[in-house]
Ligand binder design. Structure first.
Ligand code: GLV
Ligand code: MN
Length: 224
């Protein structure tokens, strides 16, 4: 039987191509490896990069790797009855480039950590004290929530809008952890109604399908 010049394009050939392509797809299931043990951030450096430049190793001290900023109860005397103390690269430069950070969140009775999202990190948290309604919405607008008590954990996938509300009788406390040294936070009410310069009223009235007076009232509450 004559062999055609294209007979090499066999199923085996295509299978080999597919295997080569699949094996060359990088695996993104873990943080990228660091190129050094640490890089204590010089958060006052004149130049900023994607992260902060490292403090010279000769100037690094043990204190760069310890932080007691989350030990004290925050002041919850504010309109939300909540206080969030960040332990991120800005307050704890030893976290620079390590891909992790934590917050402490204190709640007065009825206090609310208002709906917000973290553009750069997944959040997980553990309730230390009290009783909290913890919830987030998906991009398909499905709302997942549960009331949690001490010792119970939650997770909020990266970028999804979430909140916690103290539904117990006393104070509540949670610690949260992030897979970014600076997760960022977009708090919906302030990002939309307290932006500088302000988002035009016609954008907000059209987006929320309300009259201008409602938008003005919201802006008056959240402008900074
Ligand atoms: C809680 O949602 C937090 O961002 O710490
Ligand atoms: Mn959060």
């Amino acid at each position: 039987m004559a062999i055609s010049p294209t007979s090499w394009i066999s199923p085996l050939f295509w299978l080999t191509i597919v295997l080569i392509l699949v094996s060359s797809i990088p695996c993104y299931s873990a943080d990228p490896d660091l190129l050094q043990d640490f890089c204590v951030g010089d958060v006052k450096a004149a130049i900023t990069i994607n992260g902060f430049p490292c403090k010279p190793a000769s100037e690094v001290t043990p204190d760069d790797f310890f932080f007691d900023g989350l030990s004290k109860e925050g002041n919850t005397s504010n309109r939300y009855g909540m206080s969030l103390t960040p332990g991120n690269v800005l307050s704890f430069p030893g976290l620079n480039t390590l891909g992790i950070s934590m917050n402490r969140v204190d709640f007065a009775p009825g206090g609310l950590n208002p709906p917000h999202s973290h553009p750069r990190a997944t959040e997980s948290g553990v309730v230390i004290k009290g009783r909290l309604l913890v919830g987030f919405t998906t991009t398909s607008n499905v709302f997942h929530s549960k009331v949690l008590t001490a010792g119970q954990m939650f997770v909020v996938p990266k970028g999804l809008v979430h909140f916690q509300k103290n539904v117990g009788k006393g104070k509540a406390l949670i610690y949260t952890a992030f897979n970014s040294h600076l997760p960022g936070a977009a708090i919906l009410a302030t990002t939309l109604f307290g932006a500088t310069p302000a988002i035009p009223n016609d954008v907000l009235t059209q987006a929320f399908q309300v009259e201008e007076e409602v938008v003005n009232e919201m802006k008056a509450k959240f402008s900074t």
